[in-house]
Design a protein around this ligand. Sequence first.
Ligand SMILES: NC(=O)c1ccc[n+]([C@@H]2O[C@H](COP(=O)([O-])OP(=O)(O)OC[C@H]3O[C@@H](n4cnc5c(N)ncnc54)[C@H](O)[C@@H]3O)[C@@H](O)[C@H]2O)c1
Length: 262
Amino acid sequence: MEKLLTGKLCVVTGAARGMGRSLAIKYAEHGANVALIDLNKEGLEMAAKEVEAKGVQALPLVMDVAAAQEIDSAIRAIESKFIKIDVLANCAGISTSRLLVDVEEAEWDKVLNINLKAVYLLSRRAARNMIQNKVQNGKIVSISSQASKIGEFGNGVYCISKAGLNMLTQILGLELAEYGIAVTAVCPGYVNTEMVQQVFRKRGPLEGMTPEEYEKTLTNTVPMKRMAEPEEIADLMVYLSSGKANYITGVSVTIAGGRTLI
Ligand SMILES: NC(=O)c1ccc[n+]([C@@H]2O[C@H](COP(=O)([O-])OP(=O)(O)OC[C@H]3O[C@@H](n4cnc5c(N)ncnc54)[C@H](O)[C@@H]3O)[C@@H](O)[C@H]2O)c1
């Protein structure tokens, strides 16, 4: 296998499970050292062990990405071990399932803080590191969603947060291009992780269905008639993080089995 990230330092949020965990392990397989960030200490330590088993260094950092004051100290811990950041992958995110008319202000704030504001603050801090260290071809890649492009019933706050993330990607792409930093997002459809199972459990009843009926109904709307596996999203993110994608910036790439074509 051609290793695309040998000797790089990749920072991954949401690395304890799901797509973030899969991506952290793939980065390690491609020869990168990995700083792993998540709230979930146990999951994070297990993921860090899997990263180290690939023969690279891992730095697990337990933190809430929505705690703005913790971001600087986490990045300083990364800088004191690795100095420069080559790649930031924003994978941490939460979903919510409530009609907009029923959403409380605290729920709005929580989703926007984790899915959008934290991505901005982390990206800003990582970009400053890349600029100061004259990193060649730095990358920022975030997980948005198909829900950023097509509004979903009962999922409004999430859709709005991810649509904001796409615009953040565009503007950062524009503003960081002169430093050679490429900024992209991926917009997955349904991906087989714990998060999507929670969505089936919560949104099914909102639509008058059991979680199993809701999963079947949604999967049937995908032209490829299946969910993605986390590794399929991670493969695209590895490509976008690598030297093969130096000229791709400001775009949000859909990976949804054709779901957004209808
Ligand atoms: N699963 C899907 O179908 C799907 C589809 C499109 C987009 N997404 C997006 O992909 C990303 C990853 O989703 P997933 O399905 O792997 O989810 P997941 O719930 O399996 O994993 C998310 C990880 O983020 C961590 N996290 C959440 N809030 C955090 C916080 N405040 N600080 C630090 N860590 C935090 C969690 O502890 C968890 O380990 C999310 O941004 C999600 O919105 C998911």
